[in-house]
Design a protein around this ligand. Structure first.
Ligand code: APR
Length: 235
């Protein structure tokens, strides 16, 4: 079944969450017992309020996450998706991830709904740098503002361009494959439904069950994404 869908799709789109990068060594957020939000309250470290009232913990949290995306790298699953795009089997990737691993693995058409840890910008004047600078010097900008990662914080709107690209891609998809997301966060978790409503076959590959499994044409739980993609790569 999935083989036919993959081979015959005219506009396949992949939607990834943090589960896509755990096999690279990066933690996800909600995996039972080991997700980041099992240890930390996101409102204390990943929100606009935290940036304004809890800046030392905010900076410490994000310096650790920036270190992670510099220390780890894309795994074979990221490379398979890039190869699928290269041969025309995959049209685009919509990702909630901020690690930049899809692009580092070679994927070209990627909508980063939640921004990227690979970049930082000043909260006040907008001056932007590669996030390597965030690890070394002060997080203070010359203008007196604070340098912060160019990711979407809780309480912020999603960036317009990737959101509109994701909307267009989900509406055009005839095969929409979710890889490694609990589908807990709106509005990102609406894209699988939008694809489904526009006639796409919906596939969800996730270690644990998600609230959207009932809408899917195929659900694969309790398997590693890397293994599933390797298996599909043979088609
Ligand atoms: N293979 C398959 N599934 C996996 C793997 C793996 N190797 N590793 C983890 N998973 C699954 C987990 O079971 C979990 O349900 O991936 C899912 C990841 O879900 P979350 O941790 O909630 O991550 P995500 O869905 O990307 O979160 C969305 O929430 O905090 C915000 O901005 C953050 O972008 C993030 C958003």
């Amino acid at each position: 079944m999935i083989k036919d869908w993959l081979v015959n799709a005219k506009h396949a789109v992949v939607f990834t969450g943090a589960g896509m990068s755990t096999e690279s060594g990066l933690p996800d957020f909600r995996s039972t017992n080991k997700g980041l939000w099992q240890q930390k309250d996101p409102s204390q470290v990943a929100s606009v309020e935290a940036l304004n009232t809890n800046v030392d913990e905010f900076i410490d949290f994000y310096r650790k996450r920036v270190l992670g995306v510099k220390e780890f790298e894309p795994h074979n699953g990221h490379r398979i998706l890039a190869e699928w795009e290269n041969v025309g089997r995959l049209k685009s990737i919509i990702t909630q991830n901020v690690d930049g691993f899809h692009q580092l693995a070679g994927s070209q058409k990627v909508a980063e709904l939640h921004g990227s840890l690979q970049k930082i910008h000043c909260q006040l004047c907008g001056t932007s740098h590669n996030s390597q600078a965030f690890l070394e010097g002060s997080y203070r900008c010359e203008c007196g503002g604070i340098f912060r990662p160019s990711v979407v914080l809780f309480g912020e709107m999603l960036p317009k361009q990737p959101f509109e690209m994701a909307l267009d891609e989900a509406s055009r998809a005839d095969l929409f494959i979710v890889l490694g997301s609990s589908l807990s966060v709106t509005p990102a978790n609406q894209f699988p439904l939008i694809a489904k409503e526009h006639g796409a076959k919906l596939v969800i590959v996730n270690q644990e069950a998600t609230p959207f499994d009932g809408f899917a044409d195929l659900v694969i739980n309790n398997r590693q994404i890397g293994d599933v993609l390797k298996e599909w790569h043979c088609f």
